[in-house]
Design a protein around this ligand. Structure first.
Ligand code: CA
Length: 225
């Protein structure tokens, strides 16, 4: 976890930096508004600690700019001012939490943990799934294996996603037809077999190891083991 500290008072910045590093966080520090904003947008921070009064650009404006482009990046505002007006301004600009200086370090730490946890559980959806060297891009709806982009139809994609989310588990034809086709399995239809064969051609035929395995009498298992 990396935390970006945007704070112009070197003493405060190094106090926060040292405390966070002791707790195992990676840190980066910016000492003014413009460079802080740039770092928040360009570097891969997991959380930003943002002072309100900064040279170059104030914390409210930095916060607004950062939240506009990266709404999923939690921002904790720091300030020596404690009036309600400033708090409201901070929250209006999109700050997630607010801490008044001087503060106790454990208080800062507790709030950081809460924010990181909230963001991790709420907004961090993975945008791809991976089993062995096969990647399923959930945004572009394609599979990638051996550096090759493999186009999939909607049903092929749904079947592969179901396999990958349940890799290592035996899946019966009943499970698959209910979850992927939303129909009750009918022994008269071979739709599952047909689609499994199509997927095999696309993602397994030209590659090793094979990932889709038949378990006779049980169904299929998706695994590289
Ligand atoms: Ca300041």
């Amino acid at each position: 976890m990396k935390i970006l500290i945007i704070e112009d008072e070197p003493r405060v910045a190094s106090f926060i930096k040292a405390g966070l590093e002791e707790e195992g966080y990676d840190t980066a520090v910016a000492y003014d508004g413009p460079s802080g904003e740039k770092a928040a947008l360009e570097e891969s921070a997991d959380l930003v600690i943002l002072d309100l009064i900064l040279p170059g650009r104030n914390g409210i404006d930095v916060c607004r700019a950062v939240k506009e482009k990266k709404p999923g990046l939690p921002v904790l505002m720091l300030t020596a001012l404690s009036t309600t007006v400033d708090k409201v301004k901070g929250f209006d600009a999109g700050a997630d939490d607010y801490l008044v200086k001087p503060f106790d370090f454990p208080e800062l730490l507790a709030r950081i943990r809460v924010l990181l946890k909230r963001y991790n559980t709420a907004s961090r959806q993975p945008d791809s799934l991976r089993v062995a060297d096969l990647e399923l891009d959930l945004l572009r709806k394609v599979a990638i294996r051996g550096g090759r982009v493999i186009e999939l139809t909607a049903k092929e994609f749904a079947l592969l996603e179901y396999f990958m989310r349940n890799s290592g588990r035996v899946l019966s034809r009943i499970d698959i037809s209910e979850k992927v086709w939303d129909i009750t399995y009918d022994t008269g239809t071979n739709i599952v077999e047909v689609y499994v064969n199509i997927l095999r051609k696309k993602i397994d035929r030209d590659f090793e190891p094979k990932l889709i395995h038949t378990r006779i009498g049980l169904g299929y298992i998706f695994t590289d083991a």
